[in-house]
Ligand binder design. Structure first.
Ligand code: E4P
Length: 216
């Protein structure tokens, strides 16, 4: 499973890429707003200059024609951009048209196996089931990831599953066990995945003991 970072924070992206564990980025309008940025194009281009992999940028227009216009513009920002399109009836139409033009689409706001099935049929490069938001509503978000993976394997679809709306490290373990292609994680979760108190305690002890024997 690959790890993408779910953020529009440039420093977090730089750090994660330096760690060598992140191979893509997903953004959405909320994440860009959190950073206080209004220049979506500039943000996406900056991110594309840091990470050598897919960078998802979301369409905010409504109606098929406007969505198609905005999606084509977004796709022209950088060769690595994947255009995020919602799992709505208009979204499926837009996705199938963009896919025929060779545009990489990440179908977002996916909350059901049927939406994921249609995303694959429409030719989306990625589908993003929102695990945490389903859990928040009392559903089993990871069960959806498993169902989608079963369906995609059964029919050999090329669409890659991005486990999204990840809230904690156990979500990542479960997504990996379910065979998700990618998990897109907030920076805090990435740090939690890396750290363990036993590692810190063990390392502190090794350093202290080595100081004693080496006299340094
Ligand atoms: C995915 O592409 C979305 O940006 C993201 O995972 C949404 O997560 P949230 O439910 O924490 O907003």
């Amino acid at each position: 499973m690959r790890i993408f970072l779910d953020t529009a924070n440039i420093e977090q992206i730089r750090q994660s890429v330096a760690w060598g564990v992140v191979s893509g980025v997903t953004t959405n309008p909320t994440l860009v707003a959190i950073e206080g940025r209004h220049d979506y194009k500039a943000v996406i281009r900056e991110i594309c200059g840091i990470v050598d992999g897919p960078v998802s940028a979301e369409v905010t227009a409504e109606g098929v024609d406007e969505m198609l216009k905005q999606a084509s513009d977004i796709a022209s920002w950088h060769k690595n951009v994947a255009v995020k399109i919602p799992c709505t009836p208009d979204g499926f139409e837009v996705t199938s048209k963009l896919a025929k033009e060779g545009v990489n689409v990440n179908m977002t706001l996916c909350f059901s196996a049927n939406q994921a099935l249609l995303a694959a049929i429409a030719g989306a490069a990625y589908v993003s089931p929102f695990v945490g938001r389903l859990d928040d509503a009392g559903h089993d978000g990871m069960a959806l990831v498993k169902d989608i993976m079963d369906i995609y394997k059964e029919y050999d679809f090329d669409t890659e599953l991005i486990a999204a709306s990840i809230r904690h490290p156990l979500h990542c373990v479960a997504a990996a066990k379910a065979g998700a292609d990618i998990a897109t994680v907030p920076f805090k979760v990435l740090e939690q995945m890396m750290k363990h108190p036993f590692t810190d305690a063990g390392q502190a002890r090794f350093i202290a003991d080595w100081r004693k024997v080496s006299g340094k």
